[in-house]
Design a protein around this ligand. Structure first.
Ligand SMILES: Nc1ncnc2c1ncn2[C@@H]1O[C@H](COP(=O)(O)OP(=O)(O)OP(=O)(O)O)[C@@H](O)[C@H]1O
Length: 612
């Protein structure tokens, strides 16, 4: 591979700080691995002196493998890892921490939940509240913000302060650290112990950072200390790909870097080697709508290529079928399945497509947890209703649904392992109103037995009153009822093609088993079409990319918009678009769960008549 002039300059940069600003597909990873080679072979730097930092474990693994390929069989001891991994390594060495000292995300959520309930804080949506507070605790730590001056978007400053302080007190009592502490404690260690800092400074003489736009304040401060006195920091980044603001990443630190090091050398990688010029031009059109960015003139090395394709489909079921057929024909035309990716905003968006691909035996892989909708309590309720409609009288099934909706049937009325409606009638013989309810329940089950699954779910919702139950359930738990109705509609839609309850059951059982086998399998899933969130796709590239559910509410994600993160959402969409080398198809639905949907504003931006 011949390098461009800018790449060549970056690879052969000597000593001192250097900022390489770059567009997508411009060879940032290529530059880093080739610079490692250059340092070792030409500048005779020992591999142990090189520290390369990435943002995800996956990116670190990718970097290591690309470096290994470049260097041939030689095994080299350069350190390549994530900020968390490297800083945790330093802490382990200093404080003898082990995995028992790490506070898991679940434990973190539990502490916040307990504290919030002790403090009797008014919460609307508990799940949302806890995850947002957890993220805000991270933002405070990562930016080393004084807790007295932090304004939470979820509760009053006083409530937030109380939660934060109690959370910290409990964590410390239990001698645990959370992921953000790994960074903060490292900063404190280096600040307090110049001797330890010196030791690490003497170990790493060259620090190379990938995805510099995603750095946060405390990560940056530690790096600055670590790189003294030589200041051999080589940072590569693209402010347009900064997508971790919610974790405290701050691309403005790229500008600060310039101020902190007046002797900084700055280079620009402006050629996109990855994508066709159609893809590059369209992606630039979208990102051009962001106001806070470095203006960069990016050029595509490749020719125009295939046109960008935007596809409207009726609903998620049609979308899954469309994408599946597209994938099949792309594979038939010679593209490897692994070189095709389907990207979406949230990992839960993958469910429908995964089910369709599985049904049609199209192999796929997904690193993130693939949620099985049939494990949700709503699907379990439907299963229990259907099982009872089909004749089951197992106590467990009955218990699951007897009061959904409220029928006021008490547990005392159930005697054996099996439930008989006759026994219930005997139990309630002196209560006419309960007898009516029991009769109605039995009648409804008989009705369900005659229906196909889709109609049966509609009957359950509207006639039996399951929708009312869900509304009450959401209100009692301070949840958004719409989230529950989304799940219900998804199960309903997926049931549409099945002609009988038996067929539906068989499908659900087989699909659940297949997912279980995937989860339990020790084998890494490294074959098949890639299904991943836009966040997870960062840094990767594929011949063909499908972006699904490109609708308002999904991308930009409605919650992010509330937090005024439109620009970050646009950057995320830009990252997704620029993963494609040859073919990019963007799909949006017209209707979801019975509601009309608008295409994403980013789709509209693609059609704007604007020159880039
Ligand atoms: N000088 C070059 N000539 C030809 N191909 C190149 C050159 N530099 C990089 N490439 C190719 O361009 C593609 C993008 O490179 P790379 O993945 O390093 O980009 P990147 O800047 O890290 O991308 P992104 O930030 O979008 O993830 C890769 O397929 C790489 O092999």
């Amino acid at each position: 591979m011949g390098f461009s002039k800018a790449q060549e300059e970056a690879i052969t940069h000597g000593t001192g700080p250097c900022l390489v600003l770059a567009g997508p597909g411009s060879g940032k990873t290529t530059v880093i691995v080739n610079r490692m080679k250059y340092l070792i072979e030409k500048l005779k730097v020992r591999p142990e002196e090189i520290l390369v930092i990435t943002f995800t474990k996956y990116a670190a693994a990718e970097m290591k493998s690309r470096f290994q390929n470049l260097m041939g069989k030689k095994s080299l001891s350069a350190t390549v890892g994530t900020f968390h991994g490297i800083y945790y390594g330093i802490l382990k060495w200093a404080y003898h921490f082990d995995s028992r000292n790490i506070l898991s995300e679940e434990e973190k959520y539990q502490i916040i939940k307990n504290v919030a309930s002790r403090q009797e804080i008014q919460i609307f949506d508990e799940e949302d509240f806890i995850s947002d507070i957890a993220a805000e605790i991270g933002v405070v730590k990562n930016n080393r913000i004084d807790i007295r001056s932090y304004h939470s978007s979820k509760c009053s400053p006083e409530d937030f302060r109380n939660i934060y302080l109690e959370y910290e007190a409990q964590r410390k009592r239990e001698r645990k650290i959370d992921f953000d502490d790994m960074l903060v404690l490292c900063y404190e260690l280096f600040s307090k112990r110049p001797d330890i800092l010196k030791m690490w400074q003497e170990k790493f003489h060259y620090v190379l950072i990938d995805e510099f736009q995603d750095i946060n304040k405390v990560q940056y401060d530690v790096i600055k200390m670590l790189a003294e006195p030589q200041q051999n920091i080589f940072a590569v980044g693209d402010d347009d790909q900064s997508i971790y603001g919610f974790r405290g990443a701050d691309s403005k630190l790229m500008f600060q870097f310039k101020e902190d090091y007046p002797n900084l050398r700055q280079l620009l990688l402006d050629i996109n080697f990855r994508s066709t010029s159609n893809i590059v031009q369209n992606a630039l059109k979208v990102i051009g709508n962001n106001e806070t960015r470095f203006e960069k003139a990016i050029h595509a090395k490749k020719t125009k290529g295939l046109s960008l394709h935007v596809q409207e489909v009726a609903d998620p079921a049609e979308e899954s079928r469309y994408v599946m057929e597209e994938i099949q024909s792309r594979i038939q035309s010679g593209v490897k399945a692994e070189d095709i990716a389907v990207l979406f905003r949230l990992h839960t968006d993958a469910g429908n497509l995964a089910e369709t691909l599985w049904e049609h035996r199209v192999p796929f892989q997904m690193r993130e947890h693939l949620p099985n909708i049939y494990n949700h309590f709503i699907a379990k309720d439907i299963k229990a209703y259907f099982k009872m409609a089909a004749g089951s009288r197992i106590r467990q099934d009955f218990l699951q649904i007897m009061n959904k909706p409220k029928r006021y049937i008490s547990r005392d009325s159930l005697t054996g392992r099996e439930v008989a409606f006759e026994d219930l009638r005997k139990f309630y013989c002196d209560k006419d109103w309960m007898l009516d309810r029991v009769d109605q329940f039995e009648w409804d089950l008989k009705m369900l037995a005659k229906m196909a699954p889709y109609a049966a779910i509609q009957y359950l919702r509207k006639k039996i009153g399951y929708d009312d139950f869900l509304r009450e359930y959401a209100a009692a738990r301070k949840m958004q009822a719409s989230d529950l109705f989304e799940i219900l509609s998804e199960v309903e839609e997926a049931a549409r093609p099945f002609s009988s309850l038996e067929r539906w059951f068989l499908h659900v059982e087989e699909y659940t088993n297949a997912l279980k086998m995937r989860e339990n399998s020790k084998e890494p899933h490294s074959s098949g079409v890639r299904l991943m969130t836009m966040h997870a796709a960062k840094g990767l590239e594929f011949d063909t990319v499908y972006i699904i559910e490109t609708n308002e509410g999904q991308i930009p994600y409605k919650k992010s918009l509330k937090e005024q993160k439109e620009e970050e959402e646009r950057r995320l969409f830009y990252v997704a678009m620029t993963r494609a080398k040859e073919l990019l198809k963007i799909v949006y639905v017209k209707n979801k769960n019975g509601k009309d949907k608008d295409p994403s504003r980013f789709v509209d931006e693609l059609f704007e008549k604007k020159q880039v």
